[in-house]
Design a protein around this ligand. Structure first.
Ligand code: ATP
Ligand code: MG
Length: 270
């Protein structure tokens, strides 16, 4: 089997025995899970448990102090190509002095892309996130919070990533905008065949979005359980949330996080 064939068969993202210390502070221990290509995995856990630390390690921005991260089977030693990140705080991640189109196109330009090609890719990405109709010379601060987060998502998509990592990307917007952005990201995941790993402390959001949920608990945090959601590919904000399985999963994950016995790692259909 060739290297290329091996990589094609490997999971998109893999954490193996990943642990992290900040100095003496042991935050994560023995985290092992895979994300298959095209899968939507949510990482949930209470505030301060280590979700952002885990996502930063998965992204290659921060080397874990133990274990490893592989992308398509290859160990990473920095942010790999084809992986994009979306953060919670769009107001800090967008450049206030750049127009909307510049914010999406500039990272492509600094990656060596020609101006015309970068602008075309930026326009296409803005269209993809439902901002095709806005004035691209507007500044981010002239847009609503939800629209700014769409710009941040467009900036991630403009790279044409195969893997998108998101850290609480909808935490700063109102409930209706949040629901719209959840549906946007699921549609993009299906339409573009993206592999998504999405961190949230919101259990309802995790159940609504995910194919599988990685529940973190404890201190140092480990995986309490990997839960198969099994709600099918099509989700609806009203219908899906009325399903008995949705309510069951929500209660199940809530109890896992609140009352997890540490050291258990298993796959479950609940
Ligand atoms: N750069 C850092 N240096 C030292 N300690 C850190 C650093 N970043 C995070 N920590 C500590 O690691 C622990 C986990 O933090 P982390 O931000 O990963 O949690 P989180 O689950 O993302 O929390 P939240 O839900 O509030 O975003 C916390 O105790 C935090 O204080
Ligand atoms: Mg965090």
């Amino acid at each position: 089997m060739t290297q290329v064939e091996r990589e094609a068969m490997a999971p998109a993202l893999q954490a193996a025995n990943l642990g992290h210390h900040y100095g003496q502070h042991h935050v994560l221990r023995d985290i092992t899970f895979d994300v298959s290509a095209g899968e939507f995995v949510c990482i949930v856990g209470p505030s301060g448990v280590g979700k952002t630390t885990l996502l930063r390690c998965l992204s290659g921005l921060q080397p874990p102090t133990e274990g490893s991260v592989r992308v398509y089977g290859a160990p990473i030693a920095g942010p790999p190509r084809g992986l994009a990140l979306v953060f919670q705080d769009y107001s800090r991640s967008l450049l206030p002095w750049g127009s909307v189109i510049d914010n999406v196109a500039l990272p492509l330009r600094s990656g060596g892309m020609r101006k015309k090609q970068a602008t075309d890719a930026a326009r296409a990405a803005l269209h993809e996130v439902g901002l095709g109709g806005i004035d691209p010379s507007a500044y981010p601060w002239q847009l609503s919070g939800g629209m700014q987060q769409r710009v941040a998502i467009a900036r991630a998509l403009a790279y044409q990533p195969s893997i998108v990592l998101m850290d609480e990307p909808f935490a700063s917007v109102d409930a209706q905008t949040r629901a719209d952005l959840e549906d946007l990201i699921r549609r993009l995941q299906v339409d573009l065949g993206l592999t998504v790993t999405h961190v949230t402390h919101d259990i309802d959001e995790a159940v609504y979005l995910a194919d599988r949920i990685v529940a973190l608990a404890g201190s140092p945090a480990g995986i309490a359980e990997v839960v198969h959601v099994g709600l099918g590919p099509v989700r609806d904000q009203v219908e899906t949330k009325l399903l008995p399985r949705f309510a069951e999963l929500r209660a199940y994950v809530y109890r896992l996080i609140r009352g997890a016995r540490q050291g258990r790692v298993r796959e479950s259909g609940t």
